[in-house]
Design a protein around this ligand. Structure first.
Ligand code: UDP
Ligand code: MG
Length: 318
């Protein structure tokens, strides 16, 4: 058994959520690439609670291809957790994470693997251009990654997704990070070692529609920021000081006006209302941000298992 464990050189992890139009083609292209590299490999497809025929197709592939493993999660847990399930199951010396929708060209793995072997621990794919994605998506992604790299104390590469290859050292380090709010690309950057990138053009989705709704994207962004930066809390504190200082000046000013320019002193309801609302707003924002951090503590304190597996063929390979 140990022998077979040590035999796998490359594990490819593919999270799939309603990808019935892509699974077969992706499997074929990945297999070709793996044959070209010529190392022992495994393909691990995670079905993240799809509502289409994705699981059926994966079961079918498991029958046809001995390199193929699939993990069926008990419901939709989201992309990051699906990838985590794959990472936990992977046994290769090198582990690839790739999207199922063929936006990340499998053929690039050849170059990424070669670069990894030339002395790197992580090779991520950096997008030169993104095709077929909405203007809003590109814009929000751009702003988000620039902002994130500004407020974190280590550098998270911009314009990258989770398409990357990493070696066992990094994978083991990643598995030691127990947080339940996963933000893998940030965590991998945080781990360090020698990291580099190759550039590519991001393709259009082959079939199906994006599984990342705006709601999921916003959650993902909040997660990324709160996981790696205290900047929001610092901003709130600074804003608090600033607002208090301004309020202090206003108190002095109103005294001066009252004593020396009594004829000018007006009841000033408007300014009081504005002041009240402004302070109320600042307080609400602060509470929201504090709540965000507390909710992270809350989820991590629970130490719940990240996911449950409903069905898999992994036992055939143990
Ligand atoms: N995905 C997943 N669970 C989800 C959403 C997406 O496993 O809840 C998978 C999806 O099948 C794909 C990858 O994550 O392989 C990236 O998702 P998608 O292409 O929808 O995101 P986008 O490329 O639009 O950011
Ligand atoms: Mg996609």
């Amino acid at each position: 058994m140990q022998l077979e464990k040590a035999m796998i050189e490359i594990s490819v992890i593919v999270p799939t959520y309603n990808e019935e139009g892509n699974v077969m083609l992706l499997h074929r292209r990945l297999s070709e690439v793996m044959q070209q590299i010529g190392q022992p490999y495994e393909l691990i497809f995670i079905n993240d609670g799809s509502r289409d025929r994705t699981l059926e197709l994966e079961r079918e592939l498991a029958k046809q291809d001995t390199h193929f493993r699939y993990i069926d999660l008990s419901r939709n847990f989201g992309h990051q957790i699906a990838v985590s399930a794959g990472i936990d199951a992977s046994r290769g010396e090198a582990v690839v994470i790739i999207d199922a929708d063929l936006q990340d060209p499998p053929e690039l793995i050849v170059e990424m693997y070669a670069k990894l072997k030339s002395g790197f621990h992580v090779v991520y794919a950096k997008r030169k251009a993104r095709q077929g994605e909405s203007f809003m998506k590109k814009l929000t992604a751009k702003i988000f990654y620039r902002l994130l790299s500004r407020i974190t104390s280590f550098s998270i590469p911009v314009d990258t997704g989770d398409f990357r290859i990493m070696d066992r050292k990094v994978v083991d380090a990643l598995k030691q990070m127990p947080e339940s709010n996963k933000f893998l690309r940030g965590q991998i950057a945080w781990i360090g070692f020698n990291q580099t990138f190759v550039e590519y053009e991001r393709q259009q989705r082959h079939a199906g529609t994006t599984g990342y709704t705006y709601k999921k994207m916003i959650n993902f962004a909040i997660n990324g920021i709160t996981a790696f930066s205290n900047a929001p809390i610092k901003c709130v504190t600074m804003a608090g000081f600033l607002v208090s200082f301004v309020a202090f000046l206003m108190i002095i000013m109103s005294f001066v006006v009252r004593i020396f320019y009594a004829h000018l002193s007006e009841p000033g309801w408007a300014s009081i209302m504005v002041g009240l609302m402004f302070l109320g707003g600042v307080q609400l924002i602060s509470l929201g941000i504090i709540g965000e951090y507390i909710s992270r503590i809350n989820t991590d304190v629970k130490r719940r298992p990240l996911y449950f597996i409903k069905e898999t063929n992994l036992q055939n390979f143990e």
